[in-house]
Design a binder for this molecule. Structure first.
Ligand SMILES: NC(=O)c1ccc[n+]([C@@H]2O[C@H](COP(=O)([O-])OP(=O)(O)OC[C@H]3O[C@@H](n4cnc5c(N)ncnc54)[C@H](OP(=O)(O)O)[C@@H]3O)[C@@H](O)[C@H]2O)c1
Length: 237
């Protein structure tokens, strides 16, 4: 049986862990503070969840990396060599500091991360949906109102593996191809988090409470196709 390693136990890491255990997928979850700090979360998650070290999470069949972009350098690349790793991160200059190659569009965020994690089969996933919308929109495979999430990877086989996992977690995955085009679902783009809002006119300050509505593959495809590239240098947050 596939065991999922999850590095990062915050909003997104914990939301993915909840879906995994609900689908009886074992998870080994870790964070920066060590397994003891995860006792409450794993008790809530139940028997399919174990708290581990970062090494133990990295050692599983499939790995989710859900930590701030600025924290990536602390994860030893060797731990993840040859593995399929779903990376949820986004570039937030106010949190991660300004990164020239992202501000001047020489790289997408995932291209930058892939440069650092050479030999790791990265898949960009779960980066364009607000954490509290993940449980609201997850549905069984045959549900008519299942939502679609975009993924991207420079490794097609890893994208296929990630899509299978995402399908088990409650979403359809739309493979958008290599990282060069993944700006199409980075922050502020047409396919970013607002696409999953029930009320698209929700003010920014109310986003964290706002309910979600399902997004079809067609709607997502349209946003990906027609969206224009955001001027990252002008983003202050
Ligand atoms: N929140 C959202 O709605 C959302 C949506 C889409 C994408 N994202 C992206 O997904 C990523 C995670 O977001 P989040 O909201 O889940 O963040 P978060 O709630 O702040 O949680 C971050 C997690 O990363 C862990 N961490 C930080 N530095 C680490 C390190 N050096 N080694 C191991 N673990 C480390 C933290 O560990 P400790 O708990 O020990 O500090 C924490 O568990 C970010 O890149 C974010 O931009 C977030």
């Amino acid at each position: 049986m596939t065991t999922l390693g999850i590095i990062g136990s915050g909003n997104i890491g914990a939301a993915i862990a909840r879906l995994a255990v609900a689908g009886e997928i074992p998870v080994v979850i870790s964070n920066s503070r060590g397994p003891e700090s995860l006792a409450k979360l794993v008790s809530e998650l139940g028997p399919f969840a174990t708290a581990g070290t970062i090494e133990q999470s990295a050692n599983q069949d499939l790995v989710v990396l859900s930590i701030p972009l600025a924290a990536h350098p602390s994860i030893p690349v060797e731990l993840l060599q040859g593995k399929t790793v779903l990376d949820t991160s986004n570039y937030y200059p106010s949190r991660d500091g300004r990164i020239a190659e992202l501000d001047d569009h020489s790289l997408t965020t995932s291209e930058l991360i892939q440069q650092r994690f050479q030999g790791v089969h990265l898949v960009k996933a779960f980066n364009n949906i607000l954490a509290h919308h993940i449980p609201q929109l997850a549905r069984p495979a045959d549900a008519p109102d299942r939502s679609t999430l975009p993924i991207a990877s420079n490794y097609p086989q890893a994208a296929t593996e990630a899509a299978s996992l995402i399908a088990r977690l409650g979403f359809d995955a739309l493979d958008t191809g290599a990282f060069a085009d993944s700006w199409r679902f980075e922050p502020d783009s047409a396919a970013y988090t607002r696409i999953y809002l029930a009320d698209p006119s929700t003010p920014d300050q109310d986003l964290m409470e706002a309910p979600a509505a399902p997004v079809t593959e067609e709607k997502l495809r349209s946003a990906l196709t027609h969206g224009t590239r955001v001027d990252v240098a002008k983003r202050a947050f």
